[in-house]
Write a protein that binds this ligand. Structure first.
Ligand code: UTP
Length: 296
């Protein structure tokens, strides 16, 4: 069955982005002139998703508004003859059906996903985290959907290879590669932030999932885990004991824009990717290196 719905939890407090996140959602902060969440929603849409379910909290209206029409702005741009901008704004406001549900208390990612249960219903669905951007010609979520389809609609967790010394920063999967597809593992479970010498693999889970609806009953059962929060990882571990779950090493470059250095990395990278910005930006970088006496 086609996967039509994607859950995007954006209810977190974004403490690593304070003070900006005191009043605005982290996901609306732009990289250059494009909000982070725009990249995530485009990935979902280009993967074939027809309905986005945002799990929101107080003060996140800007994200919902961003994907809505802005008729006043459209009229202004039309009158001003700014056709290119008008087209861009209309496209954003009409690209996908957006619904939202509130997470009233920030009790963790697992709890946030559970809030979407009614809107998801009995369908296999995608989950994309708002602060992980993955750039690739074939969108990351689409790659996971294809693996899920090959395995009868099974849950698939997106993974990426990380240096062994970094395993303690991530959720790391345990499992056995499939004989006919070395990029996919049959999962035995996940370990949260293992020390390098204790990590079962170096495959980390950066925030892309295809989940089946039985995850909801598990999310209702689990106790609070790490950080006193309901952890999606704990529910996935239980799911692995109940049915086949796969982990797939997706293709693409991932940017962790949830913290300042990852955000800076993405900003510089996106500017250098843009042919219109690149020449002038390279000049700026050269001047900054001289000005700040940076030794490269
Ligand atoms: P993070 O762990 O990155 O938390 O959540 P955060 O609140 O966004 O940021 P920091 O750590 O305080 O800086 C991962 C994803 O899960 C969502 C977040 O919005 C983010 O997209 N989330 C987390 C929720 O929706 N609800 C929660 O209760 C927790």
């Amino acid at each position: 069955m086609k996967i039509k719905k994607a859950v995007i939890p954006i209810a977190g407090k974004g403490t690593r982005f304070l003070p900006a996140t005191k009043e605005i959602a982290k996901e609306i902060i732009p990289i250059l002139n494009i909000p982070m969440i725009h990249h995530i929603v485009v990935e979902a849409v280009e993967s074939g998703i027809e309905q986005i379910i945002f799990v929101t909290s107080a003060g996140k209206f800007a994200v919902e508004d961003y994907f809505d029409r802005n008729l006043e702005l459209e009229a202004f741009l039309e009158k001003a003859g700014k056709t290119k901008e008008l087209e861009m704004i209309r496209k954003i406001g009409t690209m996908v059906d957006v619904t939202s549900v509130r997470q009233k208390e920030q009790l963790g990612l697992g709890h946030a996903v559970l809030m979407a249960q009614e809107l998801v219903g009995q369908e296999t669905f995608a989950v994309l985290l708002g602060d992980d951007i993955v750039m690739n010609d074939v969108p990351c979520t689409k790659q996971l959907m294809e693996v899920s389809k090959r395995h009868g609609g099974a849950p698939v967790i997106g993974v990426m290879n990380v240096p062994r010394e970094d395993t303690s920063k991530y959720g790391i999967v345990r499992g056995t590669p499939l004989p006919d597809d070395k990029m996919t593992l049959r999962m035995e479970g996940m370990v949260e932030k293992p020390k390098p010498d204790q990590a079962p693999t170096t495959l980390a889970t950066p925030g892309r999932y295809i989940l089946s609806p039985e995850i909801f009953s598990i999310l209702k059962e689990i106790p609070r885990g790490a950080g006193n929060e309901y952890q999606l990882t704990d529910a996935i571990n239980i799911l692995c004991g109940r049915r086949d779950v796969y982990a797939h090493q997706f293709q693409g470059e991932r940017f962790d824009t949830g913290h300042l250095m990852g955000y800076l990395d993405a900003t510089v990278d996106f500017a250098l990717r843009d042919p219109a910005l690149r020449p002038a930006f390279v000049e700026i970088l050269k001047q900054k290196v001289l000005k700040h006496k940076v030794i490269l």
